[in-house]
Design a protein around this ligand. Structure first.
Ligand code: C5P
Length: 307
């Protein structure tokens, strides 16, 4: 019998999420600076008589177990491309918050793709795998690559970003998720209401921040703290006003920067070192403004075969 393949893939935080106007295809052009962080989902692929998905972990009950699951779609896309049957059992050990703005579903897709590719010995090139990732979702290519990267287009066109040193983060996990399309819609609505327009024709192209890229390159946490930005934050706060209390609690506990992670509702806090991160996490937990808080560091590697 073929041995199972185990792949681990990281969560991400967007240290810059510059959102352009709504495109005719329903997506937004982005200047999206991804940073992979050390929270991981693990996908185990085992040969089976049909495609089957199971999940474990604290949020497992929120993971879809049908073909709507991005991991299932990854297996099907790879099988289709190579004329194979997607007869595989994918077990997802979930640690990344579900619908939390940390690309947990994308991590599962990248992990499943790499696991099935290894299990089936397709010999797909990195470029082919990235191509399939881009079909699956805007954040999936980054989950495969990890580290730090600038995502252009809808986020799928990646350019590597250099990082020097380790950044310490705290993530405040909220009760319940936010649907990414709803947050983008709210961003459009707020922009339209403010009179600035919301379409790609009306708004300037989003650009990466040179100060932010320099801070990542030099490993300067204070400079990074001064440069982080998220254009979806106002929309996430509009849909979930209580997140303002979470951001405030982390800032009061000494976080150097506080921002919503991607489309939220997870909040991300940059800390000066590991100890400061623990202080912020403890304060967030006792503040009662989040379900839990996790400390971790970045950058983390992309999807990796671990067994
Ligand atoms: O690509 P993905 O499936 O992750 O996108 C989910 C949804 O998020 C899209 O259907 C769209 O509503 C929104 N989105 C967007 N612009 C992007 C990425 C995502 O509007 N660049």
């Amino acid at each position: 019998m073929t041995a199972p393949v185990i792949v681990r893939a990281p969560a991400k935080v967007n240290v810059q999420l510059a959102v352009g106007g709504l495109r005719p295809d329903g997506f937004h052009d982005l200047a999206n600076v991804f940073l992979a962080v050390g929270l991981y989902d693990e996908v185990t692929a085992t040969p089976a008589d049909r495609l089957r998905i199971t999940a474990s972990g604290p949020d497992a009950d929120q993971v879809p177990l049908d073909e709507g699951n991005l991991a299932a779609r990854a297996a099907l896309a790879l099988a289709r491309r190579y004329g194979l049957a997607a007869d595989v059992h994918l077990h997802i050990a979930k640690d990344i918050p579900v619908a939390g703005g940390m690309a947990g579903g994308s991590a599962d897709a990248a992990a499943a793709l790499l696991a099935c590719d290894t299990l089936w010995g397709t010999g797909a090139s990195r470029a082919e795998l990235l191509d399939i990732c881009a079909e699956l979702g805007s954040d999936v290519p980054f989950s495969l690559v990890g580290g730090a990267a600038l995502g252009r287009g809808r986020g799928e066109l990646l350019e590597p970003v250099e990082t020097g040193g380790t950044f310490h983060w705290v993530f405040a996990v909220a009760d319940g998720g936010l649907a990414t399309p709803a947050v983008y819609r709210e961003c459009d609505r707020l922009r339209e209401a403010s009179g600035q327009g919301f379409t790609a024709a009306e708004l300037p192209d989003p650009e990466p921040s040179a100060a932010l890229l320099a801070a990542l390159r030099t490993g300067d946490a204070s400079a990074l703290a001064g440069a982080v930005s998220n254009d979806l934050q106002a929309a996430a706060l509009s849909l979930r006003p209580a997140l303002a209390d979470t951001l405030r609690a982390g800032t009061q506990a000494g976080a150097m920067a506080a921002l919503v992670s991607g489309s939220g509702p997870t909040c991300a806090f940059l800390a000066s070192d590991e100890n400061a991160a623990k202080v912020v996490a403890d304060a967030l937990i006792s503040s009662g403004t989040c379900r839990t808080a996790r400390t971790t560091s970045a950058p983390a590697p992309g999807a990796t075969v671990v067994g």
